[in-house]
Design a protein around this ligand. Structure first.
Ligand SMILES: C[S@@+](CC[C@H](N)C(=O)[O-])C[C@H]1O[C@@H](n2cnc3c(N)ncnc32)[C@H](O)[C@@H]1O
Length: 335
């Protein structure tokens, strides 16, 4: 028997809403020597879009929570700014950036190419007290590439199964990592690296109109509290960060977990918000919050709706019947 399909009354309401899809990170040039927990490679296309609409072109990008630094590196390699101020408090990560800036990228590349990676060799190497910043940097890269999730925070263990069952070697691509260090030499002179507190460094630039900020803080309040597991330094004053951001003359973008507490702070400090899809390490699609002064250029992205205004019900005392009026109303002759 032929089945009859019921036609839809308002087909336009049933069309799939075109939401932006998560970025395929394989399409973005990978320039960071780190595989960084919470790394923002997936944000690169949006960052480019933001920078492209700026006139005049900003001179400086400040990245107060640099980590693996993919956003600063993209800005430098693609000549979106003249200079990047990168700030990171973790001393092991800082040693890598300092070595690049101090001209030791080639030394690091050679160390990587000549290291015969086994678990025993890694343990031997990372136990040695480093005699210089560049030695510390090498230890840091080794740990970042062999510890689970690239996490250097306390309690992280070696990759057991890793990629394709290759265990500890599964994230060790010596030729690729060495090449990244060598190419970093092309932009090293334009990096102003500080091992310092990001909140303090941003304030040096408050009055500068030629400066933009990409702010990706560790986030521990509300939500999943993942920041505590991922980073050695995670305890920052988010309210203060928002207050500082409000005072900046230059434009800024912040990325945060999509948490109510964060949305509240963004609203209180007069920022706009959009949601952007990203794929997490478990390949699940999630939405991350983008915060900025004017995000009208992101109009294709879902907006964060303001909470519905609540009705406040005023309590009124139940009126007692007015006996006198009642008597008057019921008086014979007044009925
Ligand atoms: C979410 S991660 C940044 C990831 C980075 N956007 C990337 O693409 O790799 C936050 C970073 O802030 C660093 N950090 C935490 N507190 C800091 C502070 N007060 N000042 C500077 N860096 C800090 C952490 O060590 C961590 O590397």
């Amino acid at each position: 028997m032929p089945t009859r399909k019921q036609s839809v009354l308002f087909p336009e309401l049933f069309e799939e809403i075109q939401r932006p899809k998560p970025v395929n990170v394989a399409s973005v040039p990978q320039r960071s020597p780190f595989r960084y927990p919470g790394g923002k490679t997936w944000f690169v296309p949006t960052f480019r879009q933001w920078m492209a609409r700026m006139y005049p072109k900003p001179s400086i990008l400040v990245e107060p929570f640099a980590g693996g630094g993919i956003i600063s590196l993209t800005a430098l390699f693609e000549n979106l700014v003249e200079r990047a101020v990168m700030v990171e408090l973790d001393d092991e990560i800082a040693a890598v950036w300092e070595s690049i800036v101090n001209g030791d990228a080639e030394w690091l590349a050679n160390q990587i190419l000549n290291f015969d990676l086994t678990q025993e060799a890694v343990i031997r190497e990372i136990k040695k007290p480093p005699k210089s910043r560049k030695e510390k940097a090498f230890q840091s890269i080794l740990k970042n590439r062999t510890l689970h999730g690239g996490i250097l925070a306390e309690g992280s263990g070696f990759l057991k199964y890793g990629e394709n069952g290759k265990g500890i070697r599964s994230r060790w691509y010596p030729a690729t990592i060495a090449k990244r260090f060598l190419s970093l030499n092309h932009v090293a002179a334009r990096i102003d690296f500080r091992c310092d507190d990001g909140l303090k460094v941003i304030q040096e630039f408050t009055e500068r109109k030629d400066t933009v900020y990409f702010i990706d803080p560790p986030y521990t309040a509300g939500g999943k509290k993942a920041g505590k597991r991922l980073y050695k330094h995670y305890d920052i004053n988010h309210e203060l960060l928002f207050r500082i951001c409000e005072s900046l003359k230059g434009d800024l973008l912040m990325t945060y977990d999509n948490a109510e507490e964060v949305k509240g702070m963004a609203r209180r400090h007069g920022f706009q918000m959009r949601l952007i899809p990203m794929t997490n390490t478990h390949h699940a699609t999630m939405e991350e919050l983008v915060i900025g002064k004017d995000l009208s250029w992101m109009d294709g992205f879902p907006a964060v709706h303001e909470p519905k205004a609540g009705y406040s019900v005023q309590k009124t005392k139940k009126k007692r019947p007015n006996k006198r009026l009642h008597r008057i109303a019921n008086k014979p002759g007044n009925r």
